[in-house]
Design a protein around this ligand. Sequence first.
Ligand code: ATR
Length: 283
Amino acid sequence: MTDIFDFEPRIDEYAVMGNPIQHSKSPRIHMLFAEQTRQSIRYTAIQVDVGGFKQAVGNFAANKGKGLNITVPFKEEAWALVDTRSDRAERAGAVNTIKFLDNGQLYGDNTDGIGLVNDLKSHYQIEIKNKQVLLMGAGGAARGVLAPLLDEQPAAMVVVNRTPGKAKELAEHFAGLGNISGCGYEHLTAQRFDIVINATAASLHGELPALPDQLVSAEGCCYDMMYGQQTPFMQWAAQQGVKTIADGLGMLVEQAAESFYIWRNVRPDTRLVLDVLRKELAV
Ligand code: ATR
């Protein structure tokens, strides 16, 4: 005789926690992944008050939650909260993916950097190996992507920041992973880069750090980690005649896919999901 409980649908619970969270695309992305790969999951967005993060994660775990994405401003708190971390999360000092293990422990990873690398490689056919790479910004967003970028073995990685001391500190922190240095924008005049990545918060304010002409090689790539509109950095890249200009939507989808893989051990087809999102967002 078949046990009636065999027929109870089992839906695994996931969520993204942040503040603010109402405009998050993560629930949409993960539901598209779930539909595509026939995984039975629920994925919600949870707004968490500053000061209430640990409690919120505890509540989610108590309700049989299986995994969380963590976004601004809780990634560093998540790093401190988890029991074990991946190497890349360890180095980033930030966690954007938590997996609730069967033994009750919390495992933390950071999929932002691999999301950026995978987007560059698979959607834009940009290889980082042996390239001259410039990373603009030295805050959490920059720190989160540096280890996976250096793992790709660029010829040189320069971190440039409005406050040069922070760029130099970041370069020192990651010095063991490759040829990396830090400087201020005024030092960029004589250099030419193959890949320029904007990890500053400048685009959020409609601003652009002062960049010299001829900064990007003719066959180069400019990548803004922001998405949803043509940023001043992307407009500047177009004026400079840069061949490949990218927003951060692909990175968002790729980091989500890596989280999905960590939780479900299944890799979704990101291209299909990216196409759907671009149509929905009209970008
Ligand atoms: P995030 O976690 O998004 O990286 P953050 O830690 O506040 O946020 O870092 C923001 C980054 O954007 C910093 O590198 C900041 O430069 P400073 O360290 O000099 O503050 C950079 N940034 C913000 N607005 C900028 C602007 N208008 N021009 C240049 N850089 C800017």
